[in-house]
Design a protein around this ligand. Structure first.
Ligand SMILES: O=C[C@H](O)[C@H](O)[C@H](O)COP(=O)(O)O
Length: 217
């Protein structure tokens, strides 16, 4: 199985969590794109979806999936999304595609967060993948100085603007031994819109595709 086949296997396995006549929260990225394709095949069974990015919205609309505003959808039973890294505690780094803020909002508004990944995403300690922060543009230098005090090497994602009109700082060089604590500290820095650590609210279930089959934890 190559990496794309593993992403597809994990994403398609998440379809079993989708219940009839519900609104599904949908994440962003190459793994979730396989989930969207699978969701399109059962679109007659669901009421619609809430999207976490412009990219996912466009893909779902092109496939005929009804996309609703989160403010009109109410609490969601299920959110399905990928991740850039996961540890054994289902704590995640997300935001490689820059969609972390809307992803965190939709995840928070959902009862169950199912994360779909291939085996390359599983790590012992989070932080090898640079941790994305969405920041208000006028605050980016201030935030960069503050996160440097935490041991990070912040790099501005050049030429990238989030769906919310903000910048992304990617934090290199972190070995995140206490993810909830770091998430809390970063959340307190003025100018940070969202931290790509999903640790205070980890995934409820990770479906990980490996060359030998699916693992669920
Ligand atoms: O902003 C992007 C999201 O957090 C994605 O879920 C994450 O980057 C994983 O994406 P992919 O499935 O393409 O590896």
């Amino acid at each position: 199985m190559n990496q794309d086949e593993m992403k597809q296997a994990a994403a398609e396995a998440a379809i079993q969590h989708v219940e009839d006549d519900t609104i599904v929260g949908v994440g962003t990225g190459s793994t979730v794109n396989f989930f969207i394709d699978a969701l399109a095949r059962i679109k007659g069974r669901i009421e619609g979806a809430v999207s976490s990015s412009q990219a996912s919205t466009e893909r779902m609309r092109a496939l005929g999936i009804r996309v609703l505003d989160l403010n009109e959808a109410g609490p969601l039973p299920l959110y399905v999304d990928g991740a850039d890294e996961t540890n054994a505690h289902r704590q995640l780094i997300k935001g490689g595609g820059g969609a972390l803020t809307r992803e965190k909002i939709v995840a928070a508004a959902s009862e169950k967060f199912v994360c779909v990944v291939d085996a390359s995403k599983k790590v012992g300690v989070l932080g090898e993948f640079p941790l994305p922060l969405e920041v208000i543009p006028m605050a980016r230098s201030y935030v960069a100085r503050e996160v440097a005090k935490l041991g990070a090497r912040p790099v501005l994602r050049s030429g990238f603007v989030t769906d919310n009109g903000n910048d992304i700082l990617d934090l290199h060089g972190l070995s995140i031994v206490n993810p909830p604590e770091l998430e809390e500290r970063i959340n307190q820095i003025v100018g940070v819109v969202c931290c790509g650590l999903f640790a205070q609210r980890p995934a409820d279930e990770v479906i990980m595709a490996t060359p030998d089959g699916l693992q669920v934890f």
